[in-house]
Design a protein around this ligand. Structure first.
Ligand code: ADP
Ligand code: MG
Length: 666
């Protein structure tokens, strides 16, 4: 359909040339006008544009024009006369129709745009008036004078509407340009005709016809062009928030034309039309003031919007439960409260610090971080350790994103030390589980073997007469087998394969009953202190196993207090838990030892002195009884084991079973 517009332009040009060549031909002249009105109507029917009403109006206006031409050519009407009525009616339809071309999305509320269009149009029109017409005609208060001025004025208003369309954000299309270009020759011819209107020198076939006929053809071509439905459509791009700088420049240049034209007029013709200058000056000044007010208003609205957005972001920044740091070149210029809590520095302190200042030395040379610094990537997520102000090392997961445009970086830092600790505990528990299964399995088979050794030893002993030389040796074998069996019982307890003979036991009685045994274990140099809850502390457990637990812990405590000290054993109730603690004032343990004490066969004692099975047995029994076990110890500051078992009758199950035994590290 673009070709339809092109074809129409071509034929139009040919006909205009023919019209001029034959020195003016009313047939051609009227034909072009009527054909153009018809072409616009057809274009509306074919394109069915959204702005059909506007285009239909233009078709009607063009028809009025052509009708005016018809009457003008075929009657010798006076001026102003019937043709002028038709022409003016045509403008009355044309101007609102042009406005109706604006699409649905036209920014009607952009008052700045309206003012700009009025300013630019007024300045250009008045400047043109002064340069081209001012000296050639004097406006008088007569009908002919008003009608004469009405034509170019209406043309200027039409062009003003087109200028307003040009200020809509977005690209103007072919139909728009055709329409705009159609109005310019119209204005030139109308403006020029105004002069001959006083001395009646116009005749058909004059060059003025080119302007009028040309505008017929161009308007029709604009309607035929497929972009006719979007003559004044706004761009669908999201509106950018920016000041209309380009518009200010265009408007400023247009307004500058005024004093230049005034100076020109003054210099060349030495005659100034004060009234016109006055009107133009008032329009321009009022317009500019209004524009300034609008701009300030717009800026203020932008500022408020920015402030609201800033407030929202602040809220997120300050309220986020994870640490956030924003800054340039690795400096932690802005940090949020969560990060202050995590690392212990204040915002002012952070603002002076580089992220490396709080990065664990081992994590200072992370590859991704180097890539980021060298601009090879703009974001990364990684597990990384920070060092808090008090020296604590904090495990975190960090996400770093860099705005490559201005070098601003944001780090989002999540404290995952608790998760790490839980993972570590789970690993520890799983290791113990595996070792326990292995030990239990071996012990089971070993126990069967020992049963055979014991059985055959007994058989042999029964057969051997008293005083037999071999009797002592067989008894030694039997003795070893019994000890080996005991050992496997311990292993089985650790591996949880031994049958429980559980009963409701008062923990206080169990410990009290061991009093003499404990005193014989601790010896002279160690003081024994006991403390018991006044109320019964009933747990469901195997009494012999409970004794074994207390015994193993007491023996270890004694071993840790070779140069004397105090062994404290206590039984208490704590909520739904029964608590048994065994504490000593001995040598204590470092962290490396503390982490391994529950492993079977782990011992720090000289070969032959320790089996390394004491604590692993305790661990197994406590786990089997549904309890938990904690140890607190530091080198030189003694050791305290705390065992928690579920109180009988208590509703709640303990959060920690033997599997999740918590090893306190501090
Ligand atoms: P063993 O006593 O045979 O060495 P255990 O399993 O009973 O084996 O204990 C393992 C290790 O735990 C000990 O070798 C010792 O290093 C450490 N340990 C246990 N109890 C204490 C304690 N009360 N004070 C200091 N160290 C202890
Ligand atoms: Mg021991």
């Amino acid at each position: 359909m673009a070709s339809a517009a092109r074809t129409y332009l071509g034929f139009g040009a040919l006909l205009i040339a023919a019209h001029l060549a034959v020195g003016g031909n009313t047939g051609i002249y009227e034909g072009i006008g009527l054909a153009s009105a018809g072409a616009i109507a057809i274009a509306v029917a074919v394109h069915r544009p959204e702005n059909w009403l506007g285009w239909s109006g233009i078709a009607v206006a063009t028809g009025f024009f052509a009708a005016g031409d018809l009457v003008y050519q075929h009657s010798s009407a006076s001026f102003p006369g019937v043709p002028d009525v038709l022409y003016l009616a045509s403008y009355a339809v044309l101007l609102p129709s042009l406005v109706l071309l604006a699409g649905k999305d036209f920014p009607w509320r952009d008052w700045g745009g309206h003012i700009d269009a009025v300013l630019i149009t007024t300045a250009l029109a008045v400047a043109a008036w002064m340069v081209f017409l001012d000296d050639k005609m004097q406006l008088t208060f007569s009908a002919s004078s008003f009608v004469s001025a009405a034509y170019p004025l209406a043309d200027v208003i039409a062009i003003g509407v087109m200028i307003r369309f040009a200020l809509v954000p977005g690209r103007r299309n072919a139909s728009y340009w055709l329409l705009l270009v159609a109005l310019v020759p119209l204005l030139v011819s109308d403006g020029s005709y105004v002069l001959p209107a006083f001395d009646a020198t116009y005749r058909l076939g004059s060059w003025l016809d080119v302007g009028w006929l040309g505008s017929y053809v161009l308007i029709a071509a604009a309607a035929l062009h497929p972009t006719m439905s979007a003559v004044a459509s706004a761009d669908s791009r999201p509106e950018r928030v920016s000041l209309p700088v380009r518009r200010v420049i265009v408007g400023g240049l247009a307004i500058t034309c005024l004093p230049v034209a005034t100076a020109y007029e003054n210099a060349i013709h030495r005659q100034l039309d004060i009234e016109v200058l006055l009107i133009a000056g008032i329009v321009v000044i009022v317009g500019m003031v209004a524009r300034g007010v609008l701009l300030v208003h717009e800026l203020d609205r932008e500022r408020r919007r920015a402030e609201a957005s800033e407030r929202r972001l602040r809220l997120i920044f300050n309220g986020a439960p994870i640490g956030i740091s924003v800054g340039r070149d690795g400096i932690m210029s802005e940090t949020n409260p969560a990060l202050h809590r995590m690392l212990g520095y204040t915002g002012e302190e952070f603002a002076q610090m580089h992220y490396l200042d709080v990065t664990d030395p081992d994590d200072r040379a992370l590859g991704v971080q180097l890539d980021l610094n060298e601009g090879k990537r703009d974001s990364f997520s990684i597990d990384k350790r920070y060092v808090a102000k008090d020296g604590r090392v904090i495990d975190t997961h960090v996400h770093v994103a860099l705005d490559l445009a201005d070098g601003l970086g944001v780090s989002i830092i999540e404290d995952i030390s608790e998760r790490k600790e839980l993972e570590e505990q789970l690993r520890q528990a799983q290791k113990m589980e595996a070792v326990g299964k292995l030990a239990g399995g071996v012990a089971h088979d070993f126990n069967n073997l020992m049963t055979a050794v014991l059985g055959y030893s007994d058989l042999m002993l029964a057969k051997l007469p008293p005083g037999d030389v071999n009797r002592e040796k067989v008894e030694a074998i039997r003795e070893s087998a019994v000890r080996a069996s005991d050992l496997t019982r311990q292993l089985l307890a650790f591996g949880r394969r031994q049958m429980l003979r559980a009963a409701d036991v008062d923990l206080r009685d169990a410990v009290r009953g061991m009093d003499s045994l404990l005193r014989s274990v601790t010896g002279e140099d160690v003081r024994l202190e006991t403390a018991f809850d006044p109320q019964p502390v009933i747990v469901r457990a195997d009494p012999t196993q409970l004794e074994q637990v207390v015994m193993n812990l007491a023996v270890n405590a004694r071993d840790a207090m070779l140069s004397g000290g105090t062994l404290s054993i206590g039984v208490a109730r704590d909520g739904d838990d029964a608590v048994l603690y065994v504490a000593d004032t001995g040598v204590g343990m470092d962290e490396a030892t503390r982490e391994r004490i529950f492993e079977p066969f782990f011992t720090t004692k000289p070969a032959g002195a320790g089996s390394g099975l004491g604590l692993s047995t305790v661990y197994g029994i406590v786990g089997q009884t549904g309890g938990s076990l904690e140890v607190e110890s530091e080198p030189g500051r003694g050791t305290r084991f705390v065992i928690r078992l579920p109180l009988v009758g208590a509703e709640r199950k303990l959060p920690f079973s033997g599997r999740g035994t918590k090893v306190l590290t501090d």
